[in-house]
Write a new protein. Structure first.
Length: 364
């Protein structure tokens, strides 16, 4: 009787152990499914599902927009529960949406999604990425990233400098090269981003790069564009110096600047507004990087696009992205308030959309 009772207790103990082990396995599975890292990228996960943050129809493309019928967005551009943006990126997108809704700024914040805009957007179909080019904010490095992703070169270091901007050889298709239906699909589904910087500092960089140093030897800026601006906007006709920043500012601030822009063609991309380049109120961008915080923004963009394990943004030299207030004030110190105000009036949309303060020297 004692032996039978002992065996009965042993079987009960064994059954209890099995039950505890079974419950532990169920609980572990539940915990794994419940607390799985939402930012983890599985090996079989499609990069496309990373593209997504707010609904296109309700928020980012206001009813008063001027989209061609074939470009009307129908999908979602960002998903929110797949990528949890840091607060700064959420605030940037929210600011953009709010300014886009401001009817008082409509003429400065809205533009048609024309061929000019589509020409600025480079495509990486393999990883479902669209990058809008905004010159003078480090775009060369981003183009190198996309060139590697598209498979033209295996690493950034291998890309010759003369290839980066040669669109016949760098393997970077423009969005304008696709059919209307293919354009619409990519605008709706792909991860989309671009970079901005202080608008006035960007104009200084464009002026220095194209009309002072001209490092890539583009003679048409000095020999064709500069004389055209000088003839129209130089006050002192007896002065024989090359294009001065004051001439450049007067040209950019002229409400009738477009008649010259037409003559200059696509060369104007180095100084036209971000609105004219990328149509940020018409296209729902996933991320907007800032040149001033590029050290943080570049890794975030790579991770948000799901490509941080494939390529890295090139090393940024120390101090190169810091806003140089002294330099900006020095360049504008000899220019009349009237001309500066006219310039600001043209670029006010860029200042407001991306959170840049009106310069102090305009407030004094």
């Amino acid at each position: 009787w004692l032996i039978s009772d002992n065996m009965h207790h042993q079987w009960l103990l064994l059954a209890a152990c099995f039950w505890v082990i079974f419950m532990f396995m169920v609980a572990s599975k539940f915990i794994t499914l419940t607390f799985k890292d939402p930012d983890g990228y599985g090996a079989k996960q499609e990069p496309l599902i990373l593209t997504a943050v707010t609904e296109v129809e309700e928020v980012h493309v206001p009813e008063e927009k001027h989209w061609p019928e074939e470009f009307q967005p129908t999908g979602k551009a960002f998903s929110g529960n797949l990528i949890r943006q840091p607060l700064v990126h959420m605030e940037r997108l929210e600011l953009l949406r709010n300014v886009c809704r401001d009817t008082a700024l409509k003429n400065l914040s809205h533009t048609a999604v024309s061929k000019f805009v589509l020409d600025r957007i480079f495509v990486c179909d393999k990883y479902k990425i669209l990058f809008c080019q905004t010159p003078k904010v480090g775009n060369t490095q981003w183009k190198k990233v996309l060139i590697v992703l598209n498979g033209a070169f295996s690493s950034i270091e291998e890309i010759p400098e003369n290839i980066v901007h040669d669109h016949e050889k760098n393997g970077l298709p423009r969005l304008s090269s696709f059919s209307d239906s293919e354009i619409k699909k990519r605008l709706n589904l792909y991860f989309k981003f671009f970079i901005v910087r202080d608008p006035f500092e960007r104009l200084i960089s464009a002026f220095k790069d194209k009309f002072v140093h001209n490092p890539r030897f583009e003679p048409w800026y000095r020999h064709e564009i500069a004389p055209g601006i000088i003839r129209k906007y130089r006050k002192n006709r007896t002065e024989t110096k090359g294009l001065q920043f004051e001439d450049f500012v007067r040209y950019l601030g002229d409400p009738n600047h477009r008649w010259l822009d037409v003559q200059f063609g696509d060369h104007i991309i180095h100084w036209v507004t971000y609105v004219e380049l990328c149509a940020p109120c018409e296209i729902t961008y996933s991320v907007i990087g800032h040149h001033e915080t590029l050290e943080d923004d570049a890794p975030y963009i790579l991770k948000a696009a799901g490509i941080d394990h494939l390529v890295s943004y090139p090393t940024i030299p120390p101090g190169i992205t810091v806003y140089n207030k002294t330099k900006v004030e020095r360049y504008f110190s000899g220019i009349s308030k009237r001309d500066i105000r006219r310039l600001y009036a043209r670029f006010e949309g860029d200042f407001k959309l991306f959170g840049y303060r009106e310069p102090d020297f305009l407030l004094n």
